[in-house]
Design a protein around this ligand. Sequence first.
Ligand SMILES: [Zn+2]
Length: 207
Amino acid sequence: MDIVDKLAEIFKEFPGIGERQARRFVYFLMSKNEAYTGNLVSLIADLKKEVSRCKECFRFFINKKGVGNLCEICADTNIDSSMLMVVEKDSDLESVKKSRVYTGKYFILGGLVPIVEKNTKSRVRIEELKKKITSNNKEPDKLQEIILAFSLNPQGNHTDQYIREQLADLLSKQNISISSLGRGLSTGTELEYSDNDTLKNALKTRQ
Ligand SMILES: [Zn+2]
């Protein structure tokens, strides 16, 4: 494997990038000067230093000094903690947050549950989610509703079902309701690319 192959292999792992695009990235980098590639390398190195994962919602955030290990949403005591929206990934959280249609807290599941999958628990944060629900059961911040917000595709639907099954006992014991974003989103919709009106509608018609 030469250096072109090695780099292309890495780019191929990026979301949505295939073999041909990965190679185009490598040739693009070859055409750039050293200042450009040097800057890219140091930004990538700094990314891991400056970004932390929130210990409450598992979201990545820029860890400014003194902030601690909570992101600004989880650290904000004014945010409504009676609602918890469960999303697949960081970019989903960011688009819902940007839309300002939802004012509660979030939880990042870390993936979707594939339809054919034996070892599900290692792929999504189901145990962490259960722990969070159990720990948020005290007044005045008691959790009252879980909102599942996954993309409307077979894998998203499967994940929705899986989470409902996994949480059923816990939620009925603690009297917490569960709903799913749905009606307002059309089939195949990626949450991440939904506009404000669509999200608002999907939230209003959750069931
Ligand atoms: Zn957080």
